[in-house]
Write a protein that binds this ligand. Structure first.
Ligand code: ZN
Ligand code: CU
Length: 492
């Protein structure tokens, strides 16, 4: 395979060290030399002083189905993202029954190619056949495992059901999943007791893998939910990773510090705990999960914006309160109208529930990674985090706000994520490591995606390399198809 040299770059190693000027040479997918070098190469790229860092790692994605539907993964690649973790919030493409009903449990978030696979090996083969642009590391999800085993039953599993669930989790981990994820606000996870989740987390613990969680509560009962997450990870002897850490609702703004204090206490006691956050003040998800249809919350309805809605495409991109006003309908009635329409349960909404000061407090924590939590439903007006998360960190929080140094921000988006999620030989610019690289201009890099126009590509990302092949250059996708399916702690 031809060698490529990127010359004259300001190189960030991903470990948080200051940049060093020099060249990086790659061959056969890996970095073969870093630093001032006379090493000749078949192809030369002039970095012209731009910053070269490890490719960014999106620790919180819902891209399981996107790898099948949109293998170009442009919305991630154009941000400089070379690897994602999928299977979050308890929803994973695997295990699957091979029938089409599996995907219903996730409300279409994971919609992919049902029937092609049942386990991680099969899913990876199906994705590889489509030549994906970026790398994928998978979690196995509790909600998926539970609904496959016992449907949407609102009860504890029988001993034999629990053992079937355990087998599903174990099989996925043995095939290379990096951990077990839960989404305890969602159906059916919300009907599980702590013991059930802890028992399944043991499978992750036995393999020194992760327990990642969308906690049972991110609002009034946030602190109790952190206690439960810590208890589950302790019982299962697993590394705890708290997903999209937030304190939702104005009444709870500011309490993020109390939650982080619990994390710090656990770290001080020798526990392994990490977190991720998305850099926005709105969340997004399947709307039906947030409302009790018997008594929808008016307060929440007021801050809802419709992202995608197969039942009413004309509502996409609009605040629910504006739609209700236009139609002369009470907003609570409007919630019911949207959710009870045919396919109404597939509505994805955006909810403005987070305080900007909490986002910054989160970002200041040394064990805080970045995860987009983007939902790749490209038909409507998705949350802009899908297209803008990583450039927003670099442009807004690092350059404009000066919240942290560039090397530190890059560390949290590369080496820390790779080490935590077991991406062997990735996340650093280092000889022998896989050549997942991004060349960007720290002075101009910026997200362009907004709530009104969410699918705009960022500026300032000059070049992205995935496994040693140029995948994206000057705003253009190269259709290299060089992404790999990653297995926990295996270098491949
Ligand atoms: Zn979640
Ligand atoms: Cu999520």
């Amino acid at each position: 395979m031809a060698s490529i040299a990127i010359r004259g770059a300001s190189i960030l190693d991903g470990l948080g060290n200051s940049p060093v000027d020099g060249d990086v040479v790659v061959e056969d997918g890996r970095i073969v030399s870093v630093g001032p070098s006379g090493v000749a190469a078949d192809q030369e790229i002039d970095a012209a002083g731009a910053t070269l860092s490890p490719g960014f790692i999106d620790t919180h994605s819902h891209d399981d189905g996107a790898f099948l539907r949109y293998p170009d993964m442009t919305f991630k690649l154009a941000q400089g993202v070379t690897t994602v973790v999928a299977g979050n919030c308890g929803f994973s493409a695997i295990p699957a029954s091979g029938g089409s009903e599996d995907m219903d449990a996730s409300g279409g978030i994971l919609a992919g190619a049902a029937g092609e696979f049942t386990d991680l090996d099969g899913y990876f083969a199906a994705v590889e056949a489509r030549r994906p642009a970026i790398n994928n590391m998978m979690l196995v999800g509790h909600n998926t495992v539970r609904s496959l085993t016992m449907g949407l039953e609102r009860r504890a599993p029988s001993p034999s059901e629990l053992s079937t669930m355990r087998d599903h989790v174990a099989r996925a981990l043995d095939q290379g999943a990096c951990g077990f994820s839960s989404g305890l606000i969602y159906r059916p996870g919300r009907w599980s007791e702590t013991d059930e989740v802890a028992a399944l987390t043991e499978e992750a613990g036995k393999r020194d893998a992760l327990y990642t969680t969308h906690m049972r509560n991110e609002g009034d009962l946030l602190l109790e939910a952190v206690d439960e997450a810590l208890a589950i990870a302790a019982a299962g002897n697993a590394h705890l990773h708290i997903s999209h850490h937030k304190s939702a609702g104005p009444a709870n703004w500011g309490r993020i510090s109390e939650s982080l204090a619990k994390v710090d206490a656990a770290l001080a006691a020798g526990r392994r705990v990490t977190l991720d956050v998305y850099p926005y003040t709105a969340g997004s998800g399947r709307m039906i999960e947030y409302f009790n249809l018997d008594a929808p919350s008016r307060e929440l309805a007021e801050v809802i914006r419709i992202a995608s809605c197969p039942a009413f495409r004309q509502y996409e991109g609009r605040m629910l309160k504006d739609i209700a006003a236009d139609e002369g309908v009470d907003i609570v009635e409007m919630v019911k109208r949207v959710l009870t329409a045919p396919k109404g349960d597939r509505t994805i909404c955006i909810q403005f529930i987070i305080d900007e000061a909490d986002v910054e407090t989160n970002l200041l924590h040394a064990d805080m990674m970045v995860g987009s939590d983007g939902i790749p439903d490209l038909k409507g007006k998705p949350h802009p985090r899908l297209f803008g998360t990583f450039p927003k960190i670099l442009g807004h929080y690092v350059r404009e706000r000066g919240l942290m140094s560039l090397p530190e921000a890059v560390r949290r988006m590369t080496s820390l994520s790779a080490a935590t999620f077991g991406m062997a030989s990735r996340g650093q610019v280092r000889e022998g490591y896989w050549a997942d690289l991004v060349l960007f201009d720290p002075a101009t890099v910026v997200d362009r995606a907004t709530y009104d126009d969410p699918k705009r590509q960022p500026d300032g990302i000059d070049l992205v390399m995935v496994n040693g092949t140029v995948a994206f250059k000057q705003g253009e996708h190269q259709h290299a198809g060089s992404g790999a399916m990653l297995r926990y702690r295996q270098s491949g």
